[in-house]
Design a protein around this ligand. Sequence first.
Ligand code: NHR
Ligand code: GAR
Length: 210
Amino acid sequence: MTCRAVVLLSGRGSNFRAIVEARLPIEIAAVISNRPQAAGLDYAREHGIAAIALDHTQHPDREAFDALLADEIECHRPDLVVLAGYMRILSPAFIARFEGRLLNIHPSLLPMFPGLKTHERALAEGVKIHGCTVHFVTADLDHGPIVIQAAVPVRADDSPETLAARVLQQEHRVYPQAIRWFAEGRLAICDGRVNLKDDWASQSVFPNGM
Ligand code: NHR
Ligand code: GAR
């Protein structure tokens, strides 16, 4: 049976696009954005994927909004929920409903730089290596079990924007890989760590030529 996925996003949707273009063995049942103007919704509509806007500004209570969001997601009976640039912290009650089938991509090498403005903070700290992490989402923000990471060099003349662009290229590579593994039933969480069954590929990616 093919893996049914629901994608949550808030903006541009380039990760969502990379997931579609990777032609994974999944069915994207719906894309939901908390921002009605998100470009990711337009891309979904252009590709015949159900595109749903649930405007959080119309629901000031975070718990109430998350309950509505969870109900909408469950209508599509997903095996997997993919956060692809979804910019709202999810309440514990939401996490409880989807834990173990909820993935996020975060633009840093976790556990370094959880939260927002990761590229700015990486430059301020002077780290020489930065990157991205795909992880299962738990109630502990950006601290869930790690599926795969990719590293990029930080260059002396980087701005947050140039660094973000270099990291984003790797996001577009590792997120489809992680979702493929999930869809193939190859990810097992044990003691807060992710094991890859029949491990022939690496869970860390060091790009060539950089
Ligand atoms: N929710 C939980 N419970 N756990 C995680 O690990 C989550 C999560 C929700 C989103 C993505 C995350 C990231 O990859 C994510 C992981 C938004 C914020 C944030 O502070 C932080 C982390 C992430 C996403 N959002 C503000 C808020 O008050 C709003 C900011 C805005 O709208 O621009 O929700 O980094
Ligand atoms: C990506 O860099 C993603 O890692 C990051 O936002 C960008 C979304 O881009 N996510 C977060 O910062 C989550 N807090 P996209 O909309 O083009 O995929």
